[in-house]
Design a protein around this ligand. Structure first.
Ligand code: UDP
Ligand code: MG
Length: 327
């Protein structure tokens, strides 16, 4: 088999503390892969700077200058992890046989990429990196993640548990993927929808090499809500059932009130009235919120805005290997 031209896509948001080390390790992996005939000469690492405010782009620029196998794309502002990944995937698609996406923080074991490539040689089009244990995550993160996978599963969204955005995708998968033009992207839910031959590779997830997580609780919660509402209308259905249930209870309560009235026990409690006001009020707010969430999504989709904007890039001249073969 011909060795594939590989691009390793790395989204970076304020990663000045880790990038030097990341680049060192990724380049070593890439060189070994080329040496072992798992990847072709001309395979590259593509850093996507997602609107960093620190020295991230300076570092990337230096890598590009110093190493022929490093390329970079700079987004015009912060578009978020998922959009940065898409920017990287779409930029590298024209000149890659396969793409591996990996976080910049070295939590994912870079040596697993070699195993991805071996699976690729065996004929798999998608290779998912799956965490063996989550003991390096905090108790909180581990359990919220578990809950999230459970909910997604119940809602009928096919996802690979304990798999983040560390995976290999074949060119044919990428070609299909770019046809999905929705603005609300949740890659973990979308990739399994594409089909193709897939497999998993297990690895131990380490702690962040340096720097802080770029996913604070609020971003995580938003990510989870987006994930759920992009793939399932089950929450709206739930609201409907909830409404039916509450209406049923309301009907029984009305019946009870009338009977009490007829029996002459009219001086009943204040607490029950207040309780029901709060309860119904709360339920209504939740229901409106859920519906609003979907309307918001529709609103966003109808605008057809681009998912990211590239400010600068250095790609073109470096892909001789691919063009040479394509000619
Ligand atoms: N990231 C990004 N844009 C953002 C947030 C994060 O490109 O708005 C990148 C970040 O630089 C890292 C990856 O996405 O390479 C995952 O982020 P992080 O490691 O902070 O998330 P965690 O592992 O804590 O979930
Ligand atoms: Mg991380």
């Amino acid at each position: 088999m011909n060795e594939p031209v590989l691009t390793i896509v790395v989204p970076c948001f304020n990663e000045e503390e880790v990038l030097e080390e990341t680049n060192k390790r990724l380049r070593a992996v890439l060189q070994h892969a080329v040496h072992d005939h798992l990847a072709a000469h001309g395979s590259t690492i593509l850093y996507v700077d997602d609107g960093s405010k620190d020295r991230t782009w300076d570092l990337i620029s230096r890598f590009i200058r110093d190493y022929a196998d490093v390329t970079g794309v700079k987004l015009s502002r912060n578009f978020g992890h998922q959009n940065a990944l898409i920017a990287g995937i779409e930029s590298s698609r024209p000149y890659s046989d396969c793409v591996v996406t990996i976080d910049a923080d070295l939590q994912d074991d870079v040596n697993t990429i070699t195993k991805f490539l071996e699976k690729y040689q065996e004929g798999y089009d998608i290779v998912y990196g799956v965490r063996d244990k989550r003991d390096t995550d905090t108790f909180f993160k581990r359990n919220t993640a578990l809950l999230f996978y459970r909910i997604m599963d119940k809602l009928g969204v096919k996802m690979v548990p304990n798999h983040a955005d560390f995976r290999l995708l074949d060119r044919r998968v990428l070609n299909e993927f770019v046809k999905y033009q929705e603005e609300n992207v949740f890659l973990r839910g979308m990739i399994p929808l594409l089909g193709f031959r897939s497999t998993k590779v297990y690895y131990n997830r380490a702690e962040r090499y340096a720097g802080k997580s770029k996913y604070p609780l609020k971003k995580m919660l938003n990510f989870a809500i987006d994930g759920i509402t992009s793939f399932s209308i089950a929450p709206i259905r739930m609201v409907t059932y909830l409404g039916m249930g509450v209406a049923g209870i309301g009907f029984l309560a009305a019946l009870y009130a009338v009977i009490q009235k007829i029996l002459g026990h009219t001086v009943t409690g204040w607490s029950s009235v207040i309780l029901s006001i709060w309860l119904i009020g709360g339920l209504q707010l939740i229901a409106t919120g859920v519906i609003g969430e979907y309307i918001g999504k529709i609103f966003k989709e109808t605008k057809h805005r681009p998912r990211y904007t590239i400010e600068k890039q250095t790609l073109a001249d470096q892909h001789t290997a691919f063009t040479r073969r394509a000619l």
